[in-house]
Design a protein around this ligand. Structure first.
Ligand SMILES: Nc1nc2c(ncn2[C@@H]2O[C@H](COP(=O)(O)OP(=O)(O)OP(=O)(O)O)[C@@H](O)[C@H]2O)c(=O)[nH]1
Length: 358
């Protein structure tokens, strides 16, 4: 299954909220004669005139469904039959509200709505057209930030992974390590959240799955010292990548900041240009809270890119658009499940189409 197919299937909580929201906006405001009306007695309306039987050399109407139908314009015919509503201030306000409710955030919702309105006021649009316009706006915002994790010739390339506990750091490291390994890269993982035995065990399980060594230290020992040892080993083995997991205790920000700063100081003794990437892992289910997590972690560490996980389990996937619009940080990958291949590079157009339910 392609990642796009998976994304479309698993993003349904978000996409149905947005897609149905758009259907409602257009349907509710469309003039009555634009809607498919079912009479009060709940019987389907009788056709005004009986349809003529198809001519012998003409395909029967039902044969135009499916692929052939789509290829020969049934989609256009179906779109033409959809209710339409004229774009006016009231409709734009409804659109804006719906986008705010689907976690795009007020600023982004305003901007997106204004761009959709520009040059189109008074135009009668169908819900499919509105979805296409919205998808295009979302793709426009997100295309500049859709950047796979950059790979450098530097060995080892050090990737520091930060984020609150439970955001999906361990899983993301496991998935990335496994994918890099499959691509022929030599990877080492360091289990830097030394205080949480469960986190270390999880990482070891992922390491085994991926066939990648995981360096661990005694519980409660200094993560910076583990990072230094991991750096030494990665250099000695000529590893391409060293991925360092870190703690995510935001309860004591000062401690966490010092811990992260110390890890960075120590690995820079070995390579002044390290870490080459600092990935912030965000959980989509936290919705708007992801925005404040970016703000917080940018103060704690030099965040160079984002990974968003759990887009499969939430109707709040729109927050990724708000993140792209607000911070402009590269989005390297998105996660849509718990399996190794449920993480892939972020593609703006695919995401935009999946998010609006196209
Ligand atoms: N549905 C779904 N679950 C995910 C995804 N990514 C991670 N998870 C799950 O989220 C939970 C937390 O993920 P972890 O990778 O352990 O998160 P962490 O940030 O390392 O958290 P700690 O180990 O508590 O520090 C686990 O049960 C994962 O299986 C995803 O994309 N989709």
């Amino acid at each position: 299954m392609s990642f796009f197919t998976k994304l479309r299937e698993r993003l349904t909580r978000s996409s149905s909220k947005i897609g149905e929201g758009l259907d409602d906006i257009v349907g509710d405001g469309a003039p009555a004669d634009d809607r498919a009306v079912v009479p009060a007695d709940n019987k389907a309306p009788a056709p005004a005139e009986p349809s003529p039987p198809p001519a012998p050399d003409q395909p029967a109407p039902q044969q135009s469904s499916g692929l052939v139908g789509r290829l020969f314009g049934r989609g256009d015919a179906a779109a033409a039959e959809q209710p339409r509503r004229a774009l006016d201030d009231e409709m734009l306000e409804e659109l804006e509200d719906m986008l705010v409710q689907t976690d795009l955030g007020v600023e982004t919702a305003l901007r997106v709505t204004a761009n959709i309105a520009e040059g189109r006021m008074g135009r009668r649009v169908s819900s499919t057209e509105l979805k296409q316009l919205l998808a295009a706006e979302i793709a426009r915002i997100m295309t500049p930030v859709a950047k796979p994790l950059p790979l450098y010739p530097r060995k080892p390339q050090v990737v520091l992974v930060v984020g609150v506990n439970g955001s999906g750091k361990t899983t993301t490291i496991g998935k990335l390590a496994s994918q890099f390994k499959a691509a022929g890269k030599n990877v080492v993982i360091a289990a830097g959240d030394t205080f949480r035995a469960a986190a270390v065990e999880q990482l070891q399980v992922w390491g085994q799955r991926a066939g990648v060594p995981v360096m661990v230290a005694a519980q409660g020992s200094d993560p910076a010292s583990l990072a230094f040892d991991a750096m030494t080993r990665a250099e000695a083995e000529g590893a391409d990548l060293l991925m360092i997991d870190t703690a995510g205790r935001l309860q004591n920000r000062q401690d966490l900041m010092e811990e992260l700063a110390k890890i960075v100081r120590v690995i820079r003794k070995k390579d002044p240009s390290a870490p080459h990437n600092t990935l912030l892992v965000l959980d989509a289910t936290t919705g708007q809270n992801a925005l404040s997590q970016v703000e917080t972690f940018r103060k704690l560490a030099d965040v160079s890119g984002l990974v968003m996980t759990k887009l499969d389990g939430t109707a709040r996937g729109g927050v990724l658009v708000a993140l792209a619009d607000r911070f402009g940080l590269p989005i390297h990958a998105i996660g849509v499940g718990e399996q190794i291949d449920d993480l892939d590079a972020f593609d703006a157009e695919e995401f935009a189409r999946a998010l609006v339910g196209l």
